[in-house]
Design a protein around this ligand. Structure first.
Ligand code: B3K
Ligand code: ZN
Length: 878
């Protein structure tokens, strides 16, 4: 595969200003007629016109009524002698086969309908085009199809005409007035129904919102619609960005490679992020829908109105839009505690996915320098770390300053395809004299340098002078292609807490932009405990040198809820790490257990917050702290700690369970969700202890809940409690759950996922979870072709169940290699995602490390791998 380099960017030699597309939709052979209004770029040398095209067949190419000759070169259609005029029209007719398109990129069929996915490079799988984001055109699209099978025909923009044709066919014509890159093109032809709502924006204009789903799913669209309405209102209120279209549509599709897609005016969504009812979706699912609906809607400005010049700039739209959806969810959550809970969840996600990525084979800057398959770079780094970079800008210029920056960004660049530099420049220029403007070039290293910086903090207190001096030092490890790093700009929100819990110095922003710097706090009454990096003000690894006593102080008293949670995690992590590296696992110490009990019993703390504190750091997070890790040892230690907490806090868990049962009618609010989360954690701990001690009461209650729960959160929580504690009731409960699912795809996905994540027994019975997951491959409900289903079983096992996956006999790696080779010819994007399971193989202890390398090498030796998979494996083996 050819590698594309960021430095090689050149403006296109031809622009396409207008596109008229006509589709005769047919699953076997769809005919696409396109009329391209092309304009030469006067700055470019005269040259052949090279159009992208992949897995499609050209029927003819014409201009001015004459056929044009063409040839094929790699995946390009080359027209050596295009008309010499400054502007000309090209007419192309080609075919594609939606039914054979299992890649789910381009035009494909799902559940008997037609759907598209064009980002990043799917449009070239529909018709020949300059498939690059800086070529922006105005589209008019005619769709023709059988009316009975495909009564709904949709594309971007406004419906201008529709009517009947011969032979039971019908047509629709859509026009999108906004110039857009082809990756934002979309069409749908299917048998769907829709929920509609009209809304009025501040300017008094009325807009139509629609959510399209399969017949029978209409009852599960209320939350998606409510989320869409809230998104429209929020973007206008927070950033002054109104809905710019008469009509905004969301369409749900069952087969989809990712979460959703922001096509202009016609968002296409994975059903997982649209359909929800209390009986089928958990609180986490409801929150996921709100955030993804928001995310795609916010792209309408950040991504669509202003798009990326090239794909290296992907974080321009993704980092910014993730930041926006995080802010949206926080504003929707309400109070300070609910906001903090959301922030903690986001940071936990960043550490679970992005930190390992930044430390592993696929490490790359937020703005990558090269790629072989761009789809491999829709990563946690580009998305989540990119969002942290935007958040740091907001921290450096203030919330209002950031809003001014966004306004300037749109004043300057609306309608353009731009770069990350353009964005940062606008934020800085709108805030002259700010901490950002003062050091913009240095700040932009966050875009250029990969790896997670380390921040060391050491304080010294001078009692006589009442002065506290904090020394901050930064360092960064080499990453692929970047042996040395320049210092980063690290905003550190800091406060000083007294040993008695009072505040000795209020919150202050320290900005570190050199390898080492000292910050002085005057008039500090007593030796403080520093509370640093509050709210996780920078995506770094903090070493503050604090011991147990200080962390216990922060856990009990810090006024920053993020750091309060972090202190609890640090206490737990220190114990986990010590035990993992010791020959035997000892009893948890009383101060720690007492601190956990104090949080659980605390009268004023939010249940959601308690649940976060009382959940031990994940096995993956523990692994990330070690230069060489043994997944089995980490699992054994963490399970042992869970059992100890289950036993030591037994009566508190029972009280927490009863106290947090929700009696009101179901609502997916943060308040209710927090109570359910804590009750579910309590139930899991109660079952764990009960199964170990031979008590049948709690498992019995959990089983009852699987049967009778009035909502999915409680039902699956109870089922998880039985499965992870290895209760005898797990089997009948699973059977019951499957029966209740009634074939509902998203619920069946959960049934697979839970079993794939099932805690592997430590000692006797070891290997049971892996065997169960493997056996499920043969279940009649299982299919590798549906990405949601493949993810729920295969990915959950390989990514989220380390003790089942990393086996001394390498059977997990064989499982991985076999599935990867099965999926790759069907769906390379999905396969490449699975390939990334091995990102961190070099950090594995033996015998896992050697076995992993062998599995990687065996797969890499296959001749017909996709470019996507080859790039991931190549980096892993470098
Ligand atoms: N922009 C799309 C992602 C497209 C992924 C292509 N492999 C969804 C999103 O981030 O909103
Ligand atoms: Zn996005």
């Amino acid at each position: 595969a050819t590698v594309v380099h960021r430095q090689d960017y050149a403006a296109p030699a031809f622009w396409i200003r207008q596109v008229e597309l006509c589709f005769d939709l047919d699953p076997v052979k769809t005919i696409v007629s396109s009329k391209l209004h092309i304009e030469r770029n006067p700055a470019a040398e005269p040259q052949p016109l090279k159009l992208h095209g992949e897995d499609i067949s050209v029927l003819r190419v014409m201009s001015g009524g004459e056929s044009l000759s063409f040839r094929h070169e790699d995946k390009l259609l080359v027209i050596d002698n295009p008309p010499a005029d400054a502007q000309f029209v090209l007419e192309i007719r080609n075919t594609c086969s939606p039914e054979k398109n299992t890649h789910l990129s381009g035009l494909y069929t799902s559940g008997g309908g037609f759907f598209t996915q064009c980002e990043a490079e799917g449009f070239r799988r529909i018709t020949y085009f300059l498939d690059r984001p800086d070529v922006m055109a105005v589209y008019t699209v005619t769709l023709r199809a059988d009316k009975a099978k495909y009564p709904v025909l949709l594309s971007n923009g406004n419906l201008v005409e529709q009517g009947e044709l011969d032979n039971g066919r019908h047509f629709a014509v859509w026009h999108d007035p906004f110039p857009k890159p082809c990756y934002l093109f979309a069409l749908v032809g299917a048998d769907l129904v829709c929920r509609e709502q009209k809304i009025r924006t501040r300017a008094g204009k009325e807009h139509l919102l629609q959510v399209f789903v399969r017949r029978g799913d209409l009852g599960k669209t209320e939350h998606a619609m409510a989320s869409l309405v809230a998104s429209v209102v929020w973007d206008e209120a927070r950033f002054g960005l109104p809905l710019d279209l008469e009509r905004f549509m969301i369409v749900a599709v069952e087969d989809f490679n990712m979460g959703a897609m922001e096509n202009k005016g016609l968002n296409i969504f994975n059903t997982k992020y649209v359909l929800a009812s209390p009986a089928t979706a958990t609180d986490v699912d409801f929150a996921g829908i709100e955030s993804v609906v928001g995310h795609e809607y916010f792209h309408n400005w950040t991504g669509n109105r202003i798009t990326c010049r090239d794909w290296f700039q992907l974080s321009l739209k993704e980092g910014l839009t993730v930041f926006r959806d995080q802010e949206f969810s926080m504003d929707m959550a309400g109070g300070a505690s609910a906001r903090a809970v959301k922030r903690i969840e986001d940071v936990r996600g960043l550490r679970a996915a992005q930190f390992p990525e930044d430390a592993g084979a696929m490490a790359h800057p937020v703005r990558p320098d090269s790629y072989a398959a761009i789809d491999n770079f829709y990563t946690a780094t580009v998305y989540e770390k990119g969002a942290e970079v935007v958040r740091m800008m907001q921290t450096l210029v203030g919330r209002e300053g950031f809003e001014r920056g966004i306004t300037l960004y749109f004043e300057r660049h609306d309608g353009q395809a731009v770069t990350c530099d353009d964005f940062a420049q606008a934020i800085a220029d709108a805030n002259p004299g700010s901490e950002l403007a003062a050091r913009l070039e240095t700040f932009k290293r966050w875009y250029a340098q990969a790896g997670t910086p380390r921040l060391k903090a050491r304080g010294a207190y001078d009692a006589e002078a009442r002065r506290y001096t904090l020394t901050l030092t930064q360092s960064a490890e080499p990453s692929p292609g970047q042996p040395t790093k320049e210092p980063f700009v690290i905003p550190v929100l800091a406060a000083l807490i007294g040993r008695d819990g009072g505040t000795l110095a209020g919150e202050r922003l320290l900005v570190l932009d050199t390898p080492e710097q000292q910050f002085v706090f005057e008039d500090v009454a007593a030796e403080p405990v520093p509370s640093l990096l509050r709210g996780f003000s920078a995506p770094v690894i903090l070493d503050d040198g604090l011991g147990d006593a200080e962390l216990l102080t922060l856990l009990a008293h810090d006024s920053d809820p993020f750091n309060r949670w972090e202190a609890g995690q640090r206490l737990a992590l220190a114990r986990l790490l010590a035990a993992v590296q010791a020959p035997t696992t000892e009893a948890l110490d009383t101060p720690f257990v007492d601190a956990m009990r104090a949080v659980l019993r605390h009268p004023a703390l939010d249940p959601a917050f308690k649940e976060l504190v009382l959940t031990l750091p994940s096995e993956g997070y523990v692994a990330e702290q070690l230069a060489s890790f043994d997944p089995q040892r980490i699992h054994a230690v963490r399970e042992n700690f869970r059992e100890q907490l289950a036993a030591a806090l037994q009566t508190d868990w029972a009280e927490a369970f009863e106290a947090n049962l929700v009696q009101e009618g179901y609502a997916p609010t943060p308040a209710q969700a927090g109570r359910r989360a804590l009750a579910n954690l309590a139930l899991a701990m109660l079952c764990l202890h009960a199964v170990r001690s031979g008590d049948a009461v709690w498992p019995g209650r959990a089983y009852q809940r699987v049967k009778d729960a009035s909502n999915m959160t409680d039902r699956i929580g109870a089922l998880a409690a039985l499965v992870h504690s290895h209760s005898e009731l797990a089997e009948p409960a699973l059977a019951r759950f499957h029966a209740i699912a009634g074939g509902e795809p998203l619920v069946v996905d959960k049934w697979f996922a839970l079993q794939a994540q099932a805690s592997e027994p430590v000692g006797a019975g070891h290997g049971r979870a892996f065997a169960r997951a493997k056996a499920l491959l043969k279940h009649p409900d299982f299919s590798l072709k549906n990405p949601n289903r493949a993810r729920s079983l295969v990915f959950q096992l390989c990514m989220n169940n380390p003790a089942a996956f990393h086996r001394a006999d390498a059977a997990g790696y064989v499982f991985w290699a076999e599935r990867l080779l099965e999926i790759d010819p069907i769906n390379p994007q999905l396969a490449a995602r699975l390939a990334r399971v091995m990102d961190r193989w070099t950090a594995l202890a033996e015998p896992y490390r050697s076995a992993a390398r062998e599995a990687l090498a065996r797969v890499a030796a296959k001749p017909d791998l996709s470019d996507d998979v080859r790039e991931v494996l190549g980096r892993a083996l470098e």
